[in-house]
Structure formats: C-alpha cells, structure tokens
Ligand binder design. Structure first.
Ligand code: GDP
Ligand code: ZN
Length: 461
C-alpha cells in the first residue's frame, strides 16, 4: 500500500531527557536527507539500513542549525510500519523537539494522527487488529501489570488463541459439508450432531474462559473505579491522601479522554485505582442521608471497589449500619480507622456486619495499616492463577463485546443440537461464531468462507 509520509513526536511530552521525532513513509529518507548534516558528510541514502548517525538538523532555508541529533534510519519493510522509518533523537526540551518536527512538516511530511503509525502497521499487514489495539493499550498502560497484558496481546497471544478457535470451527464446518455431501453413514444428522456437540462445547468453554479474564483485563486497562465512603470525619480524605502519597500517582496524559470527570490514578501493587472525582463520588459523606439507601446503592453500583471507613474511637451509628447495608453485595473493604485513639466501637458488631468482607484496622495519622489495606486490594483482584504472568487477558471493550456475541452464537449451536435442529440451521450459528471471532483479529468478514473451506478440505473430487 502507498501512503504519504507522516511525522510525530513519539515520546511523552515534557521534560524527558530524549525526545524522538519519528517519520514513516516513502518520503521519510528524502525528508531526512534534506534536514540532516552528518558529521562525516555522508548522505543518508548512502548509509546502511538500521544504523544510527550523529549530526545536526538544519533548516534548509536558512542553513541554521536547529538541533544536535542522533538519527536512526530503517528501510522498510523490516520496520514497525513496514515503511521507511527515520527516528530523530533530540536532546529533549519541548522547544527543540518541536522545531525539528516543524521542519519535517515544512519539508514534506504530514503530522500523524494519534495511533496512525500503528494503523499503518496494521494496514501494511505487519500486525493484526488485536495487536494494533494492544499497542494502543501499551501506550496507555498505567501499571506494569497492565503493560504486561498489552505486551502479551501485542505478541499475538490473543490472536493465536482466537485463530486456534476459528480453525476448530472451520474444520467442523468443513466436516459438516462432507457429511452432508458424502453420507457414508446411515444417519448423517446424528453423527454430525455428535461431532458438533464436542467441538462446540470446546469452543464455548474457551470463549467462556477468555471472558472470565475480561474483568481483570478491563480493570488493568482502565483502572479500578474506587469510592471511599463513610461518615464525616472518619478519615476518608486522609485515606485518599495516604493512598496517593504512598503510591506513585499515575500520570494520565491520555489525549482524547473526556475531561468532565477528574480522575486520579494510583498504582497499588499493580492494581491501578481510579479515584473518581465527580460530584460526591470520590468522597461520599452522608450519601445515604442525602439521597437515600436505594439511590446511593445505584450511585455506588458503578464502582468496582468500595472502601468503607469507620471510626474506631466512636460508637457505630445508624448511618454506619446503613452504609453496610448499601454496600453489602459489592466489592468492599472495611477500614476501621483511628486505632491510635481509645476504642469505642464494638468490633464484634463490626465483624458481624462485615461478614465475608475483608476487615482492616488503620491509624492513618500514625501511618499504620496501609500496607495491609494495599495487600487486601491486590488480593481482591489478583487471586490464584491470575497471578501468573502468562495469562491471556482480554481487556479491550471491543473484544469483550465480540466475545460476548460469539458466546451467544456458540451457545445457540449447542441448544440447536439439544433440540435436534437441522444441521444447515446450526451451520449458520457456527459460521456466525467464526465470523465474530474473526472480527477480533480484524479478519475481514468478506473473506470468502467458501475459499476457506476449500483450502481447508481438499476433497479431490
Ligand atoms: P473525612 O471527613 O472522612 O474526610 O475525614 P478526614 O480525613 O478529613 O479526617 C478528619 C479528621 O480526623 C482530621 O482531623 C484528621 O487529621 C483526623 N484523622 C484521620 N485519620 C486519623 C487517625 O488515624 N487517627 C487520628 N487520631 N486522627 C485521624
Ligand atoms: Zn473529607
């Protein structure tokens, strides 16, 4: 495919030590040649691919030196986009890197849209859609764990799994064709149903499994929306502050996200907490009193995690009990704060109310109990096998939606078999499952199923 040449600053904006301007496209080398003066005087076009060169970027109009740089040149197709790529490493500072970018733009490049390099890699067949999406996730990853998920996906873990499932489906479809066209058995329908049931159950189980990972995947990708509730003065703001201070706050410089909700991200042992700061959400003082039990339950339902704070040196009140009542079916951690003060709370009653929920005591003033709290948060979301790093998480909403639909379709297949639906009807649902899974990796639905079937199953007749 042929595209124009794009350019962008491909490192985070700000005070980084090095900033990179990246060029990709047919013109990348000629633009670089126009702007670059190597110390040895050699031309870019004479250099070997995949080499780095020291020199200066000059403004060809004025011959003024704009920046001292290291320039990497990479000839396609062995590049990320499969196109010619040039990376200009500047010393940083917004001004100088911008100057280099502007020079590229004035000399034939176009500013890249967000994600356009990745899009090209996809369009040029370098990566499939789920991998392209993973690159985007990688850029936005908020914790190391989220990064690993994205990395795994980029390496094609999800693609491989999906491709495997589609293979099973296509083989099954082919087999059905054979059974129908060349009935070697007395009862084709029965044989087909039996074989189908086995395959369909397998595919269903696999999709189910992928979907089970999706809640963790989504949390890693988008953060765990967290709400701190409790009566006035129990220490909610203090808790928020400790969480922000103890953990590196995550910079959320994501272009294109809506700004009407202010969010704060903190990284708690690999779990990104998204502390929402909409009106009354982050810190809900007497929320129950204000809007009633039912309504507050609705508001809090949006949250993935509730931190319910109580005062150790105060008796439990009706309000506390109401809060317990509101959050009892959610993911809650109960925090009894101010243990440095004399006890007035009835801990037995608290334990009773807490039931199976994790109960932690803290003194935020003395910085006690925060470790335990963090551990509890991590435990809540990374238990058992999920801890192991090489799992395939599905984290992308588009993938989840498609998997959901594929799950329904394959379920329809199984139900069809149960009630002895004619095979050609079942075939439709089976084909649909195959198509839906294909959409995840961006395999065009137009890809002729017939061709696939043919290549799959050469009958030689
Ligand atoms: P909020 O109204 O629930 O947000 O509570 P704040 O975080 O504003 O805290 C209310 C008061 O309790 C402040 O004066 C805090 O310094 C104090 N406080 C918070 N945590 C503790 C604690 O663990 N021990 C003691 N003694 N005081 C605390
Ligand atoms: Zn407060």
């Amino acid at each position: 495919m042929e595209f124009d040449t794009i350019a962008a600053i491909s490192t985070p904006m700000g005070e980084g030590a090095i900033a990179i301007v990246r060029l990709s496209g047919d013109q990348a080398f000629s633009i670089a040649e126009r702007l670059f003066r190597s110390v040895g005087g050699k031309k870019i076009s004479e250099e070997l691919s995949h080499t780095i060169h020291y020199g200066h970027i000059i403004d060809p109009k004025t011959n003024e030196v704009a920046e001292e740089v290291m320039m990497s040149i990479m000839r396609g197709p062995k590049t990320f986009t499969k196109e010619d790529v040039v990376e200009i490493n500047c010393h940083g500072g917004l001004v100088s890197v911008n100057r280099v970018l502007q020079l590229c733009l004035k000399n034939g490049a176009r500013i890249a849209e967000p994600g356009e390099f990745t899009k090209r890699a996809f369009l040029n067949g370098r990566i499939d859609l789920s991998q392209a999406e993973a690159v985007m996730d990688l850029i936005r990853a908020k914790t190391d764990r989220a990064m690993n998920v994205a990395l795994g996906q980029m390496e094609g873990r999800l693609s491989k799994l999906i491709t495997g499932l589609r293979q099973e489906l296509i083989e099954t479809l082919a087999q059905i064709e054979v059974n129908i066209d060349y009935p070697e058995y007395d009862d084709v329908e029965e044989m087909t149903h039996k074989m189908l049931k086995e395959k369909a159950s397998y595919v269903k189980k696999e999709i189910e499994h992928l979907l089970q990972t999706s809640s963790q995947g989504k949390i890693l990708r988008e953060g765990l929306s967290t709400v701190i509730v409790g009566r006035p003065n129990v220490g909610k703001s203090s808790l928020l502050n400790s969480l922000v201070q103890e953990n590196k706050a995550i910079v959320t410089d994501i272009p294109g996200t809506t700004r009407d909700v202010i969010e704060e991200y903190v990284n708690v042992r690999g779990v990104p907490l998204r502390l929402l700061d909409t009106a009354g959400i982050r810190e809900t003082e007497d929320i129950v009193e204000r809007i009633g039990v039912e309504r507050s339950r609705q508001v809090l339902k949006e949250a993935d995690l509730i931190l319910l704070v109580l005062n150790y040196s105060d008796e439990l009140t009706v309000e506390d009990e109401n809060l317990f009542n509101v959050v009892k079916d959610m993911d809650v951690i109960i925090i009894v704060n101010k243990t440095d003060l004399p006890q007035k709370i009835d801990m037995n009653r608290v334990k009773e109310l807490a039931g199976n929920h994790k109960l932690i005591t803290t003194s935020l003033i003395e910085e006690k109990g925060i470790e335990e709290l963090e551990e509890a948060i991590a435990d809540l979301f990374f238990t058992g096998s999920i801890e192991s790093g090489d799992m395939t998480y599905v984290s992308n909403s588009r993938h989840i939606a498609l998997l959901d639909q594929a799950y329904t379709a394959i379920n329809d297949v199984l139900e069809g078999i149960e009630i002895d639906t004619p095979v050609d009807i079942i075939q439709i649902d089976l084909t649909r499952t195959w198509e839906l899974l294909g959409e995840i990796i961006g395999e065009s639905v137009q890809d002729s199923l017939i061709n696939q079937l043919f290549s799959q199953f050469c009958l030689g007749k």
